[in-house]
Design a protein around this ligand. Structure first.
Ligand code: UVW
Length: 382
């Protein structure tokens, strides 16, 4: 992200301006946090699911918020002289920083005994002591966490999300709508298929390769440049919002590992990759000898989330997961303009492994929706 300088911000603004004579539309890319979970998240539930809700990796749960002040009788104390009154609320179930539309901190994933920038893995367990205790869950890592008094927590002592939060992100974004390019499911055949059993019977169309990224860019008529922010659409998150669609947190389509992909991202100095799925990449992958360069063939085998190791730990490429790309993609498909100004800043949780984020895109249009903004996806009951 250090590579994103004023020239890159200009590239993004230029992408929005130069073709935007007929109009600019704003798009926000965060999926709302509704508090509704998906059955497959909970132990014992069948998967794939046909329920809808906040899509999350199993083990994480949807954050719920509740009012502690509003217009009900018992909170009238908040009304003030002159008549102003306030509604106020708090998150009352854990807000998993990785459990919403979020940016991963570079220290979030690693292999071996070092995290990003050569910091020791022990830095991921850095304690922080507080002078004042608060009520909360004493140790989230316990099987059955208990309520208690919190005086100490642990977090990333290095490579936490505060770097990305403090810096902010702005540059030329490019949507690569791989779903529309090679999808076979969902509206307009624009969703990639699920892969229920990726290690046994891989579904090739669920795997996104470097060739797929390049072919999608070619088909869209957009040239990829150094320092581009890449947004990859698979259709996976749209499944979680459609009660008639199947979704499987372990079987989502996504990027798949190859040395060629890593070298290309490195050569292009790609700083940031986002996608409309849980993990940008497929969760389980078989890396074959063909995926590996000379001298590395013996590394073939089955892996979970290998691109997290390559991108976060080795290259320092930030990942933005659980994006809602549906409206942006529909507009791009309509006007054929796939480049734009992308801006985002994750919430600044010191020591956090990630930060919820609501990226904003400013995109030129060829007229359609020129004055409008993103309708945004609203939570249930709206
Ligand atoms: C997954 O949810 C698997 O990815 P991340 O931990 O990066 O959010």
């Amino acid at each position: 992200m250090n590579l994103l300088d004023s020239e890159d911000a200009f590239e993004g603004m230029n992408a929005a301006m130069k073709r935007g004579k007929k109009g600019i539309r704003k798009f926000t890319l965060q999926l709302p946090t509704t508090g509704f979970g998906i059955d497959a998240l909970h132990a014992g539930a069948d998967s794939p699911t046909t329920d809808t809700g906040d899509p999350m990796f199993p083990g994480r749960f949807p954050a719920r918020r509740d009012n502690w002040a509003d217009a009900s009788d018992d909170t009238l104390a908040l009304t003030t002289p002159g008549g102003m009154a306030f509604a106020d609320d708090a998150v009352i179930a854990p807000l998993y920083l990785q459990g919403a539309t979020h940016v991963d901190a570079l220290g979030h994933g690693w292999y071996g005994d070092k995290i990003y920038n050569g910091f020791d893995i022990d830095t991921t367990h850095t304690p922080r002591e507080f002078d004042i205790d608060v009520d909360g869950i004493e140790d989230l890592k316990q099987d059955e966490p208990e309520l208690g008094q919190i005086s100490k927590t642990y977090g990333l002592g290095e490579a936490d999300i505060s770097y990305a939060a403090g810096t902010g992100i702005a540059g030329r974004g490019v949507l690569l709508d791989v779903g529309r390019y090679k999808g076979s499911d969902g509206p307009d055949d624009s969703w990639l298929p699920l892969d229920a059993n990726p290690l046994e019977e891989a579904e090739p169309d669920a795997a996104i390769t470097l060739d797929d990224l390049k072919a999608t860019a070619d088909a869209q008529g957009v040239r990829l440049r150094e320092h581009d922010i890449l947004l990859i659409r698979t259709g996976a998150i749209e499944r979680t919002q459609d009660p008639n669609a199947e979704w499987d947190p372990f079987g989502e389509p996504g990027l798949t590992y190859s040395d060629d992909l890593i070298e290309w991202v490195h050569e292009m100095d790609i700083p940031y990759i986002g996608a409309d799925n849980l993990a940008v990449e497929q969760i389980f992958q078989t890396v074959t000898e063909d995926d590996l360069g000379e001298g590395r063939k013996s590394l073939h085998g089955n892996y979970a989330l290998p691109l997290h190791g390559a991108f976060l730990r080795d290259l320092g490429v930030s990942l933005n997961e659980v994006l809602d790309l549906s409206e942006l993609a529909a507009q791009c498909a309509e006007d054929g303009i796939y480049e734009f100004l992308f801006t985002a800043a994750p919430l600044n949780f010191e020591m956090g492994t990630g930060g919820p984020v609501n990226p904003v895109v400013l995109k030129a249009t060829d007229g359609a929706g020129e004055e409008g903004g993103s309708e945004g996806r609203r939570g249930r009951g709206r």
